[in-house]
Design a binder for this molecule. Structure first.
Ligand SMILES: [Zn+2]
Length: 99
């Protein structure tokens, strides 16, 4: 699989996750899909294989961690990379052993 094909798969998976989350009533704020800095070295954010998607309960300032846990269950079923407990808004796929 090429990186381009992986990005196509990731994009489709992310779309499915967003639709599923919307059906649950979650309001997402997609970000950091293709950045050049601000993440760890060799981050999948730099190659278009990771997104950060904060989700908040209406009117709340802190993120909805229960929503993230359910979204990661969905992400797992789509073949996404494992969740990072201290960074639950991070959704990615594995590439060269990284996510
Ligand atoms: Zn991230």
């Amino acid at each position: 699989m090429t990186l381009g094909q992986a990005r196509e798969d990731f994009t489709l998976m992310l779309g499915k996750l967003i639709v599923w989350a919307n059906e649950q009533g979650y309001r997402l704020r997609i970000g950091a899909v293709l950045e050049q800095e601000g993440h760890k070295e060799n981050s999948n954010h730099y190659i278009g294989l990771a997104a950060d998607m904060p989700v908040f309960k209406p009117g709340a300032q802190e993120q909805d961690l229960e929503a993230h846990r359910r979204m990661h269950d969905c992400w797992d079923s789509l073949g996404g990379a494992p969740r990072i407990e201290k960074d639950l808004n991070h959704y990615s796929v594995k590439w060269a052993g990284r996510w």
